[in-house]
Design a protein around this ligand. Structure first.
Ligand code: PLP
Length: 430
């Protein structure tokens, strides 16, 4: 496979864009090599600027559940385009999308549209602080909720006191009220609430985590969060930016049957365009301006292009949920089982986690991956070699050990078998 044109473009990009990319994980830093530059996507496939074709297992990091350029989306955008791209005034389309999301996720009684997942979580947290009058935020190691300052925190030494900044440019004061606990650890949640319950505004969690690789929240853990929040009057936020409309139509909350107070959405919600959503119980959402005292606004929020794309995708998913989600689960299970079997035959220790169409192959000899500590036990150098072999054989797997692959409805069993076969060759070369 040649990558000459990608290399040339990367050299140009590096001069004018930090690391040559507009979002860090695209840069292949953790796997070595240079990023490939994409010219076109079609269904399950990506084409790069050197004319190579790849099976796309990233799907733009989650949004593309229907694959690239599905007619449902392109036609919808075309139909709106000549009427304008933004008005800064309300439209019927926004009402339709809001009604549909409330119907699909009954825990959401009212919602606000924004332009990214980061904006959704950042705004949701402001709302919980405004609503409760409390200040502490509880989050979990290995979960990612976008890049708002107060969410870029790691666990401090004295757990329940000061969260420390995880990122240059974030002052300690901003993360001091963010407490980071271990994922899937119900005990630490109980003891934190016992000592600090009265000051906790919210708990934010990925109920099915995708940002340390795919790790499913245990029922006991999530139910503990639910019970503690109810008992202490804290707001439980499920960050379903990734899992929403992905692990089931109604997201992780439907799949695992646990009801949050608030939900954040993005990725699939915009059908491949920039759109985020935060919403939840009416009483909480009524604190948002202009109804209530919590300010939040956006020039392009609810713009008709993103909204019509998201609306059409969600309508399609809802109308075809009976076939789409079983198909995605079958593809995910097939892929996971195949990777497991091939690795075992080649004596490469891996743990493959999947939740429907989210799949991660952890290169670890740990017995299971359930939290950030076990995820971090991975041999990332080995993963990097495997990744580069996969890429050379036409499989565009996420270029990080700590990201989930996303399969799409555009894929067939044949594509999955190709992935498995390539994985076997790649395992054999480690
Ligand atoms: C992607 C993601 C975000 C951030 O969304 P952006 O649109 O990238 O700002 C937040 N939370 C979760 C769980 C995500 O996967």
């Amino acid at each position: 496979m040649h990558h000459t044109n990608s290399r040339t473009l990367f050299e140009r990009a590096e001069r004018v864009i930090p690391g040559g990319v507009n979002s860090p994980v695209r840069a292949f830093k953790s796997v070595g090599g240079n990023p490939i530059f994409i010219s076109r996507g079609e269904g399950a496939y990506l084409y790069d600027v050197d004319g190579n074709r790849y099976i796309d297992c990233i799907g733009s990091w989650g949004p593309l559940i229907l694959g690239h350029a599905p007619e449902i989306v392109t036609k919808a955008i075309e139909s709106q385009l000549s009427s304008g791209t933004t008005y800064g005034a309300p439209t019927e389309l926004e009402v339709e999308l809001a009604e549909l999301v409330c119907e699909i996720m009954p825990s959401i009684e009212m919602l606000r549209m924004v332009s990214s997942g980061t904006e959704a979580t950042m705004s949701a947290i402001r709302v919980t602080r405004g609503y409760t009058g409390k200040k502490l935020i509880v989050k979990f190691e290995g979960n990612y909720h976008g890049h708002a300052d107060f969410l870029l925190a790691k666990a401090g030494s004295g757990v329940a006191t000061l969260g420390l900044p995880e990122c240059a440019g974030v002052p300690e004061a901003v993360t001091a009220d963010t407490i980071t606990l271990r994922y899937n650890d119900a005990e630490s949640v109980l003891s934190l609430f016992k000592s600090h319950g009265e000051s906790i505004a919210c708990v934010i969690v990925e109920p099915v985590a995708g940002n340390m690789g795919c790790v499913v929240g245990s029922t006991n853990f999530l139910q503990t969060l639910r019970d503690c929040c109810t008992q202490w009057g804290a707001v439980l936020i499920f960050d379903e930016v990734m899992s929403g409309f992905r692990v089931s139509l109604g997201g992780a909350q439907q799949l695992l049957n646990i009801t949050p107070d608030m939900t954040t959405l993005g990725k699939i919600a915009g059908g491949g365009l920039p759109l985020g959503i935060y919403g939840g119980r009416r009483e909480i959402m009524e604190t948002v301006a202009p109804l209530g005292p919590v300010y939040q606004a956006g020039t392009l929020s609810g713009n008709p292009i993103a909204v019509i794309a998201g609306l059409n995708v969600l309508q399609y998913l809802k109308a075809n949920a009976d076939t789409i989600y079983p198909k995605l689960a079958a593809l995910g299970d097939l892929c996971a089982a195949g990777l497991r079997e091939k690795a075992k035959a080649r004596n490469i220790p891996v743990i493959v986690n999947n939740c429907g169409s989210m799949v991660t192959c952890f290169f670890t000899s740990a017995s299971e991956v359930t939290d950030y500590t076990s995820a971090k036990s991975c041999d990332t150098a080995q993963f990097g070699m495997w990744f580069r072999q996969m890429l050379e054989s036409g499989i565009y797997w996420p270029p990080s050990q700590f990201e989930a692959a996303f399969l799409s409805v555009a894929m067939t069993e044949r594509d999955i078998h190709k992935i498995i076969q390539s994985s076997d060759e790649s395992f054999s070369r480690l």
